[in-house]
Design a protein around this ligand. Structure first.
Ligand code: ATR
Length: 289
């Protein structure tokens, strides 16, 4: 029951479309009898500064941060953890006595998904990232931080891939990093050597699920893991094509749950029941039994 002692948490972003976070966090609070509530706060871009002051004034204990504020909130924080700093984006704030601490739990979620669901360990592997947006930035940093051996990044707008590759090369001189466009002649020759492919683009996401994969999958093979950060539909066309070639596949749903798990732990000091979340998502969100 909500009372005077209820601790407030939430999500800030603009516009806030569908988000699974309120469902996850509130159900865990209920299950664990924690006196917290998680709400969605849509803050208009011109009101971001007042919004952040409001979080402090109303003693909201923490928030998730989503598009377009993952970078914009950074100047307001007292401390930013190392990986968030390197990615240049935070998705979780913790309010301690009026000071904000920033984290990037997407990074944690991505790594945990590779390890736990893919039985994949990054060190000394070779990977290809498709896409050069915000998600790609986080994925690249996690791979480089965990000693990937070789990294390729390709993107429809080649210049954006090159820009990210140049940034990473500067930070991680020991990783061999190459960028390019979505050109089959460019990527086909090295696909045979890849241990991991991560599609960070929105290609194949509902409502436009029935499209060709963002790259041609002819050279995918059975010794690779293919990850699509999209989870709706659960099997995008690139994952289906990868399975046909015998590759292991994972969609982005568990990453989403793991980032929420980490945020939950940062706010409450307790761990949510992930099994419960898996079931909840299956029944309430993906409409499966
Ligand atoms: P996110 O934060 O989820 O990464 P984003 O920053 O908008 O989202 O990035 C979207 C990525 O998907 C970009 O790499 C984009 O390519 P461009 O940089 O060329 O725009 C990629 N993308 C989106 N639609 C695409 C399509 N139809 N074909 C190929 N790439 C696409």
């Amino acid at each position: 029951m909500i009372d005077v002692n209820t601790k407030k948490l939430g999500l800030i972003g603009y516009p806030l479309g569908h988000s699974i976070s309120p469902l996850l966090h509130n159900s865990a609070f209920k299950q664990m009898a924690l006196n917290y509530v998680y709400l969605a706060f849509q803050i208009k871009p011109e009101e971001l500064v007042q919004g952040i002051k409001g979080i402090k004034a109303l003693d909201i204990k923490g928030v998730n941060v989503t598009i377009p504020y993952k970078k914009k909130v950074m100047p307001f924080l007292k401390e930013i953890d190392d990986i968030a700093q390197k990615i240049g984006a935070v998705n979780t704030l913790v309010n301690k006595n009026g000071n904000f601490y920033g984290y990037n739990t997407d990074a944690y979620g991505f790594k945990k998904m590779l390890n736990q669901d893919g039985n994949f360990y990054i060190e000394n592997k070779k990977a290809l990232i498709i896409g050069a947006g915000g998600a790609s930035r986080a994925v690249g940093i996690v791979l480089c931080e965990n000693d990937i051996d070789e990294l390729y990044i390709i993107n429809r707008t080649e210049a954006k891939a090159k820009k990210l590759a140049d940034e990473w090369k500067e930070k991680y001189a020991e990783v061999k990093i190459t960028s390019g466009g979505l050109d089959k002649n460019f990527y086909n020759p090295f696909l045979k050597d890849m241990d991991l492919i991560v599609d960070t683009t929105s290609v194949g996401m509902e409502p436009k699920a029935d499209v060709d994969p963002v790259i041609v999958a002819d050279k995918f093979h059975s010794n690779m893991l293919v990850v699509d950060l999209v989870y709706n539909p659960p099997e995008t066309t690139i994952l289906k094509a990868a399975q046909k070639r015998g590759a292991e596949t994972i969609n982005g749903l568990n990453m989403l749950l793991y980032q929420a798990e980490k945020s939950f732990e940062l706010w409450t000091g307790k761990s949510p029941d992930l099994e419960n979340w898996f079931n909840l998502v299956k029944t309430e969100f993906l409409n499966e039994e």
